[in-house]
Write a protein that binds this ligand. Structure first.
Ligand code: SAH
Length: 465
């Protein structure tokens, strides 16, 4: 028998899920999620996880609550670890309670993991505190969309001195505002509407109760009414947001450097490496040539799978740059040759100079750069892996970073880049691919993640070339 975890995903931003919630999403067998859960969070699920969307599709019928309950029970009965992921907190207008009652009825083990509710966090991140000493002593979270028609006590709400927070009210707010004024609340009471809070598309409208109109508001929105709605407790210096594209190893290394400096990071184009079935005899070659870190990792995995003792590696080794050198060094292997400029063309040129007649085995990606072959002689190539798209979404960030030409082509085949977004290319080949596709980008001095971070830090000084 499996177990169901009812997990709150937070208000949107993928950094605002709990540590435990994130860990459960990463490790579950089945992920059942709603419309308000961001793609960046569902993308955390493992490769083999079954993802089931149960939210409302525009115009189409949504899956009924009864259907959702049945899916939860059925998946758990088949022995799965199930994560039922909900926007915000599962118990704040999230129907988490109903699902749990169905689980209890069917004797299914469950646990609830709280989330950061949009009712408090969305106003907060827009600079609005829901309570403020001496100004607002209480807060009421209200739905504008109830199951049994109008059951909300508007008379009591109209008489509160505290803060009113309305969820699910984008289509009913004018009516609500009317009822509140009927019961004596001043139409001049400050009001704020925050649409798509915590996301790159966030929109904040500051107004007063009497001016709240349905047609001005697009869901999902949180509407705050009360004195604190006119607060604007936001730092004038915003965080710079960075969108990253590339394979997992690249994204992880860049992400951890950017997080240390507190940038806002989002992975907009995630590529994954898939090892290919290859056979080669390393003893026949003087040189082994690595054109990237992924190649090193996949090569080492293959040695391990084939039970090859690392002491059999008697060859000389060439690498494209510092990242690849360091990746090999982690296995205790120090490359014999690395060009001064980290491009495959330079690697080919350098090898031609120092070892023209020696035999070389080149490890590369099936869809990788071919520049290395411009100069190199006396070689054989092995396609160690191929690259596939795992997840892609549109960049709305201040900066977008490309870690490979493959990333550029994959991203641009699907989306354009907004003209306000600065573009950074890891190296010359990637820079050239961007240029060929009509985009001006900054090219890093050294093709290394550290160099990308330097370029971002000098953001204001970036000269597009
Ligand atoms: N359980 C959720 C609320 C579910 S009801 C929570 O605790 O946040 C859905 C409503 O939440 C939406 O209609 C909207 O009012 C609000 N909401 C959720 N995410 C939001 C966001 N990112 N921006 C604005 N409103 C949001």
């Amino acid at each position: 028998m499996g177990k169901v975890y009812i997990v709150g995903a937070g208000p949107g931003d993928s950094e605002l899920i709990s540590v435990r919630g994130k860990r459960l999403v990463e490790n579950c067998d089945v992920l059942i999620y709603d419309r308000l859960v961001s793609e960046d969070i569902t993308a955390l699920a493992g490769k083999d996880c079954e993802k089931i969307y149960v939210g409302k599709e525009n115009g189409k019928h949504s899956v009924t609550q009864e259907d959702i309950n049945n899916i939860l029970v059925d998946k758990a009965k088949h022995g799965n670890t199930v994560v039922r992921l909900k926007g915000g907190d599962p118990f704040v207008f999230g129907r988490g309670g109903e699902e749990i009652l169905a689980l209890i009825k069917n004797n299914i083990d469950f646990e609830t993991i709280p989330g950061i509710t949009s009712a408090i966090a969305v106003p907060e991140l827009a600079g609005i505190p829901v309570t403020q000493r001496g100004v607002s002593q209480d807060v009421h979270i209200v739905t504008g969309h109830t199951a049994e028609g109008e059951i909300t006590d508007y008379k009591a709400l109209a008489n509160t001195k505290g803060t009113l927070v309305f969820l699910m009210s984008a289509n009913t707010i004018a009516h609500i505002a009317e009822r509140l004024t009927e019961y004596g609340m001043s139409p001049e009471t400050p009001a704020a509407v925050i649409e798509k809070g915590t996301t790159a598309d966030e929109k904040i409208i500051r107004t007063v109760l009497g001016n709240l109109k349905n047609e001005d508001i697009a869901p999902p929105a949180v509407i705050v009414v009360g004195k604190t709605a006119e607060y604007d407790l936001i730092s004038p210096v915003g965080r710079i947001s960075v969108a990253i594209t590339g394979t997992e190893d690249f994204r992880e290394r860049l992400k951890s450097l950017l997080y240390k400096k507190d940038y806002r990071v989002r992975e907009v184009c995630c590529l994954e490496t898939v090892p290919l079935d290859t056979e080669f005899e390393i003893r026949e070659y003087d040189w082994l040539v690595f054109t990237g870190r992924n190649g090193v990792r996949i090569f080492m995995d293959k040695l391990r799978r084939d039970n090859t003792d690392i002491r059999r590696l008697k060859n000389k080794i060439a690498v494209i740059g510092r990242g690849t050198y360091d990746a090999l060094a982690e296995y205790g292997i120090y490359a014999d040759y690395m060009p001064d400029i980290y491009t495959s063309e330079e690697l080919g040129k350098g090898l031609c100079n120092i070892a023209e007649n020696e035999s070389k085995l080149i490890f590369r990606a099936e869809n990788g750069s071919e520049e290395i072959y411009k100069h190199i002689k006396n070689y054989k190539e092995v396609k160690l892996y191929t690259t596939r798209i795992r997840h892609i979404s549109q960049c709305q960030e201040d900066i977008i970073v490309f870690g490979s030409s493959m990333g550029v082509n994959t991203y641009l085949d699907k989306y354009d880049i907004n003209e306000n977004t600065k573009i950074i290319a890891i190296g010359e080949a990637t820079h050239k691919t961007l240029k060929d596709r009509g985009y001006e980008a900054h090219c890093c001095r050294k093709a290394a993640v550290e160099s990308i971070v330097e370029a971002i830090e000098e953001n204001e000084k970036i000269q597009t070339t």
